[in-house]
Design a protein around this ligand. Structure first.
Ligand SMILES: [Zn+2]
Length: 344
């Protein structure tokens, strides 16, 4: 039976067991609705696995951008697989937060042209994306303490598999956020700049004092095998960590002995814009180490096929945490990002 279509305001977040909905948000440009999938689980075990009796509540989002699929797939599978009889506490799962963008396989919503991950804190009288963001802010966030938003590079950039967070001033919030970020066992945990953009889902959650973790689980509008595994098993690890599922968090990538490597790129100077529109030939891979002055890639002009390419040289030493994905790159697009090791 398909999930029940409902007015978003009518969802009962306290109902015991597992309940699937499609929350109907009216469209702006025509008569109809964006049916946003949402699964609410209230575990049936009276006491959580660690016996403390209090669980934080966890919300997990996929499809905040419509052309990023690993999170959509992982969260959809969790909607199916998580068994309330084995759980305590509340989990709210939204596999396609920007449902209209997901239906269109686009980063932003084709209904209102808005990037869902710039629409927070939302607006009840705004266009579709702002109203969905407002729903998350006013109906989902108050019911959870842990917020996970699963992204991938789409057509923007290629990343090494990572979870991510912003610099967090409060030491206790920072320590717990890092602990949760590490549970996904990705090769990298990446602390990135808040200056690049505002209105992010995780910005909003962080500002409310929540434990908010993002992540990049693939790129290129594909379905990355390892990325989906880290996203899916990572959420299960988070639920185990908080005693909402029984058992201990488990190593996800058994081929890598090391813990996730913590790196940061908090300064805008390390997000290097492309100097001219061209064809991009990277010569390094995401996650690779570069030295100061090392060649990162070449920009080619096919208006003259014997012209010298413009060489892009690393402005500092570090690890490449993002590279422009498409070969066709426009002036001003972020070409690469260099990060450095950090201990927090
Ligand atoms: Zn994204």
């Amino acid at each position: 039976m398909p999930a029940r279509v409902t007015d978003p305001a009518a969802i009962d977040f306290d109902l015991p067991g597992k309940h699937h909905y499609r929350a109907a948000f009216p469209l702006d440009g025509r008569w109809g609705f964006s049916l946003v999938p949402i699964t609410v689980i209230n575990g049936l075990r009276a006491v959580d696995a660690d016996g403390t009796g209090n669980t934080p509540g966890v919300a997990v989002f996929g499809g905040t951008h419509g052309n990023e699929y690993e999170g959509q797939i992982a969260v959809k599978r969790l909607c199916h697989d998580l068994d309330p009889a084995e759980m305590s506490g509340r989990v709210i799962l939204m596999p396609q937060l920007s449902e209209s963008a997901c239906a269109g396989h686009t980063r932003t919503s084709p209904e209102d042209g808005v990037n869902m991950n710039r629409a927070f804190p939302g607006n009840p009288r705004g266009s579709l994306s702002y109203r969905i963001a407002h729903f998350v802010k006013t109906q989902v966030f108050p019911r959870v303490r842990v917020v996970i938003d699963l992204h991938s590079g789409g057509r923007e950039a290629s990343f090494p598999l990572c979870t991510s967070l912003h610099p967090i001033p409060d030491p206790a919030q920072r320590a717990e956020t890092l602990e949760v970020a590490r549970l996904f066992d990705t090769p990298f945990v990446y602390v990135y700049s808040r200056q690049m953009a505002t209105g992010l889902l995780t910005d909003e959650a962080e500002d409310e004092g929540k434990i908010a973790v993002g992540g990049e689980f693939g790129f290129g509008e594909g379905s990355n095998v390892r990325g989906i595994r880290h996203a899916y098993e990572g959420v299960r690890n988070v639920l185990r960590h908080y005693g909402m599922l029984t058992g201990q968090p488990a190593k996800i990538d058994t081929s890598r002995a090391s813990a996730p490597r913590l790196v940061q790129a908090p300064h805008l100077a390390d997000y290097v814009p492309c100097p001219r529109t061209a064809i991009w030939e990277p010569v390094v891979e995401p996650g690779e180490e570069v030295a100061h002055g090392q060649l990162v890639g070449r920009l080619h002009d096919f208006g003259d096929h014997i012209s010298e390419p413009l060489e892009i040289i690393a402005h500092r030493a570090g690890v490449i945490v993002a590279l422009h994905f498409g070969a066709h790159v426009q002036q001003g697009s972020t070409l690469y990002v260099v990060a450095e090791d950090v201990s927090l």
